[in-house]
Design a protein around this ligand. Structure first.
Ligand SMILES: Cc1cc2nc3c(=O)[nH]c(=O)nc-3n(C[C@H](O)[C@H](O)[C@H](O)COP(=O)(O)O)c2cc1C
Ligand SMILES: Nc1ncnc2c1ncn2[C@@H]1O[C@H](COP(=O)(O)OP(=O)(O)O)[C@@H](O)[C@H]1O
Length: 308
């Protein structure tokens, strides 16, 4: 997939999927797949128009931006879906542009759109003045076919980024995974901690959850971790370790089952399969250690792996 900046008008035109696509969930994939198939049919190039994630101002529970996917992860999903071109300017760059100017200068001028595909709640132009019916109107004026996809339902519920964020925040990770159509994961660098874990026979790789990333409910999860190309099972605590009263920023701490090795500095992906229990302040370290042993047994049973 090639990332384009303003002014490049692709030969043979494009069929472009339009949206923020946070999560690239089942509904988003329907929109993008429709654009990719139509592009093939028309002999045009498939494209995605989206905004740079960290420039969009939808607020999280504590006033932060909280996205399911980083730009890098979104790009990976678009590429996997067969998208050939990506145009993702910052929101500031376009926020004062009228709806008609967006169609004329961006969809025609930059992207050479022959057709566009969007969801039924797509808004565009200054103050979100444009909607699907005005897009159809401008489409007729500027010669762009407009395809609007209805909201996809999964197991009787409409799939939306808002619903998925809410599920992740409240520990309903299995439901979030179903709606996403893949397993929600965190891919972050392994940092140094206080090196207490190893003295308890539970070394934990520590990964700080950055600002802007959706914060899963604090607690323990059954996870899968890819280390050196091999998939391992893990027990992950996400939270601030209230027992130690350390006042750390929220961390994902993972004890990887049946593994020994040095992971500091590596970027490692953890896939969250199941929420096991909420994080808790214990009266003593011994109680916490006993609980971690129980959590580990539970995770072994969940994945069906015996202790070595
Ligand atoms: C499976 C698991 C569950 C945990 N649960 C809790 C918890 O409920 N409350 C808490 O304060 N800390 C919890 N922790 C965090 C431990 O306090 C932490 O891993 C330990 O202090 C080691 O820290 P270090 O990596 O800085 O050495 C948990 C850790 C793991 C691996
Ligand atoms: N089974 C394992 N699970 C997680 N990390 C492990 C494991 N075995 C070795 N390690 C290594 O040990 C480190 C964690 O040890 P720990 O004593 O908890 O130190 P820290 O407080 O720096 O995280 C990890 O970052 C990783 O490099």
């Amino acid at each position: 997939m090639k990332e384009i900046s303003g002014g490049i008008k692709p030969e043979n035109g494009t069929v472009c999927a339009l949206g923020l696509f946070d999560g690239v969930h089942r509904g988003h994939r329907l929109v993008i797949n429709t654009a990719v198939s139509l592009a093939k049919e028309l002999g045009a190039q498939s494209a995605v128009f989206t905004f740079k994630t960290n420039t969009v101002t939808s607020k999280g529970h504590d006033g932060r931006l909280e996205m399911i996917l980083s730009d890098e992860e979104k790009r990976r999903h678009f590429g996997d879906l067969g998208v050939e071109l990506l145009y993702s300017p910052s929101f500031e760059e376009l926020k004062d542009m009228s709806a008609e100017a967006f169609v004329r200068d961006i969809l025609v001028g930059v992207l050479g759109c022959r057709a566009v595909v969007c969801g039924d709640d797509f808004r565009f132009g200054k103050g979100a003045e444009g909607d699907c019916s005005s897009l159809e109107l401008y489409g007729r004026i500027y010669g762009i076919e407009v395809i609007v996809c209805d909201k996809l339902s999964y197991k009787g519920e409409e799939v939306s980024s808002t619903m998925i964020r809410e599920c992740i925040r409240t520990g309903k990770i299995e439901k979030a995974n179903e709606m996403l159509g893949y397993i929600f994961s965190l891919k972050l660098e392994v940092e140094h901690g206080r090196e207490l874990g190893r003295t308890w026979n539970f070394p934990t790789m520590n990964q700080t959850i950055p600002r802007g990333q959706i914060m899963p409910k604090f607690g323990v999860y059954a996870t899968r971790v890819t280390v050196g190309g091999e998939e391992k099972f893990g027990v992950t605590n996400i939270g601030v370790k209230p027992t130690l009263k350390a006042h750390d920023a929220p961390l994902a701490e993972t004890f990887i089952l049946d593994f020994e090795g040095d992971l500091y500095g590596q970027k490692i992906e953890i896939m969250l399969d199941k929420f096991i229990r909420p994080e808790k302040g214990f009266d003593s370290i011994d109680e916490l250690r006993a609980q971690i042993a129980k959590d580990t047994d539970k995770v072994r049973r969940f994945y069906g792996v015996d202790e070595r």
